[in-house]
Design a binder for this molecule. Sequence first.
Ligand code: SAM
Length: 251
Amino acid sequence: MSLDERFRSEKAKWDEISKRQAQEVEIFPSGMDFHEFARQDAEFPGVSEFLGDLRGARVLELGCGAGVMAVLLAKAGAHVTAFDLSSESVRLTRHRASLNHVELEPLVSAGEFLPFASESFDVIIGKSILHHLVIEIGRRDLYRVLRKGGKAVFVEPLGMNPILTFARKYIPYPHKAVVGVDRPLTYDDMRAWNTEASEWQAQEIQFLSMLERAFGWDTRFEFLRKTDRFLLKNVPFLRRFCRYAVILSKK
Ligand SMILES: C[S@@+](CC[C@H](N)C(=O)[O-])C[C@H]1O[C@@H](n2cnc3c(N)ncnc32)[C@H](O)[C@@H]1O
């Protein structure tokens, strides 16, 4: 598939999803911002602490989707530039920002070619986006636009568990996202994305608690999260079988 065909199919898919999500735009309560969200959300362990104070920081969000994280980052005081390939997603991000009275710079762009000057951001962040991009092209620009000493955070699906790979491809379950050109990251992919990083680490998350996914992340299953914390700390071999990974990097 050519790059153009790839972009067309992703845009069509996410435009459609964003149009459906347009009915559900929330106004966040006054105390809610990125730090509060990251501390509450099991998919962002240690991220608020890693990034530190975001007031005045120039933050770039890749693949902003419906704009939830972009708005929360702006509410934490960051100057946020957020882009997506899907123009409907960017439209929704703008709408969400205006309802929440925050200023953002949302734009349509491909994550493989970043239309920004070198070293123009202090922080780069993305949730479930790297695995949609062509690594060999995208990795050239990612660290170019981050300033020296800047930080990058990505929360991405991990592709090391063959049973999970099978389920993602072939088994229908509630709340399942349509699979497109995306491909969950292997450890080799993470290394490839981070060739320009001065240091980086990945923390795997959701081993048994990945089962919650099929139940819409129901909190009745808190015991699975507790068991995960114990198992992943004490049996490192299991980490590769997790559903997601949090990648923390520095340039
Ligand atoms: C799984 S969604 C994640 C959206 C958002 N980050 C979130 O967590 O809700 C993936 C997003 O990546 C965008 N996307 C896919 N391919 C892209 C590309 N090549 N460049 C930029 N964005 C892309 C899609 O339009 C979609 O909004």
